[in-house]
Design a protein around this ligand. Structure first.
Ligand SMILES: [Ca+2]
Ligand SMILES: [Ca+2]
Length: 403
């Protein structure tokens, strides 16, 4: 047993060792011969033990520390003679090593249930296996598999339930203190807001006064405009009334005139010479009447008969005045060539009394109606004074009235 142990024992460092110089010692391959092999190999079993311890304690350095402590304790037990524990193995050490080797480690347990020593693995493969081991501490919050969280919540809830009154009182005290601390600030803010509101109210009052002044001015302007509008309406109404009168005058005959076929006629029961009668007709905007046809001639005869004062045969016998009426026909410019007072020729129509125009005495140049000649035309001297008949167009008198 000791000879086999010496064959696998690592070289001891010291002055007499042949491996103190030259090629450094190489790690021997681990034999897979069970627990016996681990005991025979000495430091090889110790290495395996350190790996196991390292796996159990999750750090290789901790395993080394444990191994170092065991070595120190062994050296102190042997009196510090310099002999290594593998040179003089103690029964307790081997049993402890064997017991440690027999501790099942789930990180190295294979599916077949073999121990790590039965299936040699590299450190990397072991680390990979360890990474695949599910860790309850890493359970996500989604699956809710972590039992410590529920218990923690129950503990917090229990704590809060047991101290609800205390917490409530504490919160009330804090709120009261906060309210007492915020009260001055709130008062300051309220005072500042009140000042701002007062300034704003003053500005609004000033604007309101300005607007009231503007409204008053606008009302005055509105009243003035209304008065002007009323005046303009009255003036427009007066102008419209005047215009209607003018239109009516333009479409009607002057006072005393009778309208026939668009011409106004009037009998003047005033005895004047031919020239005087013509002047009176021009003053009314017309001329002496010009009966250019039989109908107009008959109308004029009926017109002067309605106004004439027929004083009877005896009166006419005693009164030598001619009961006659001038109308606008004469031959003053050219003897025997009768024309109308507007300069136009007599034309085809005439109503001469038989034997007329006679131009008696060589100076009969103006024409009259005469009942003595049965209302026929007769040329007489122009300077005698008789009644006369005027004619005018409708509205002609307006020129005289509004001019
Ligand atoms: Ca004549
Ligand atoms: Ca005559």
């Amino acid at each position: 047993m000791n000879g086999q142990g010496k064959a696998v024992r690592p070289p001891v460092s010291g002055p007499g060792s042949r491996q103190t110089s030259g090629r450094p010692p190489q790690p021997r391959p681990v034999q897979q011969s069970g627990s016996r092999g681990r005991v025979r190999h000495g430091n090889g079993a110790s290495d395996k033990q350190r790996e196991d311890r390292g796996a159990s304690s999750h750090t290789f350095e901790e395993a080394e520390a444990v191994s170092g402590d065991a070595t120190v304790r062994e050296r102190s037990r042997t009196g510090g003679s310099g002999a290594t524990p593998m040179r003089r193995p103690e029964p307790n050490w081997r049993s402890r090593a064997d017991a440690a080797a027999k501790i099942p480690n789930p990180m190295y347990a294979s599916n077949a249930g073999t121990t790590p020593m039965q299936q040699p693995q590299s450190l990397r493969s072991r680390a990979d296996a360890a990474a695949k081991i599910p860790n309850h501490m890493d359970a996500s919050s989604a699956d809710g598999a972590y039992p410590g969280r529920a218990s923690g919540r129950r503990g917090v809830c229990g704590f809060l339930s047991a101290r609800r009154s205390s917490l409530t009182a504490g919160i009330a005290v804090l709120l009261g203190l906060g309210a007492m601390g915020l009260a001055p600030l709130t008062f300051i803010n309220k005072q500042s807001e009140q000042d701002d509101m007062s300034t704003t109210v003053d500005a609004l009052k000033s604007d309101q006064d300005d607007m009231s002044t503007t409204v008053d001015a606008l009302k005055r302007d509105q009243n003035a405009l209304k008065r002007d509008l009323d005046n303009e309406r009255s003036r427009t109404a007066a102008l419209e009334q005047r215009l209607r009168e003018i239109v009516k005058a333009l479409l009607s005959c002057a006072e005393g005139y009778t309208k026939r076929r668009g011409i106004c006629y009037k009998v003047f029961n005033k005895q004047k010479t031919f020239t005087g009668a013509a002047s009176t007709c021009r003053a009314d905007g017309g001329t002496l009447a010009m009966p250019r046809d039989a109908d107009t001639n008959a109308f004029l005869i009926s017109l002067y008969k309605s106004v004439s004062d027929d004083r009877g045969f005896w009166f006419r016998l005693l009164d030598q005045r001619e009961e006659a009426f001038w109308f606008g026909l004469h031959d003053q410019r050219v003897e025997g060539r009768f024309e109308w007072v507007d300069g136009s020729a007599l034309g085809p129509y005439n109503s001469w009394s038989p034997g007329e125009p006679s131009n008696g005495g060589g100076n009969e140049d103006c024409v009259i109606y005469s009942p003595r000649y049965k209302d026929k035309w007769n040329d007489v001297r122009c300077h005698i004074e008789v009644n006369f008949i005027c004619q005018a167009n409708p509205g002609t008198y307006c020129v005289r009235t509004f001019s």
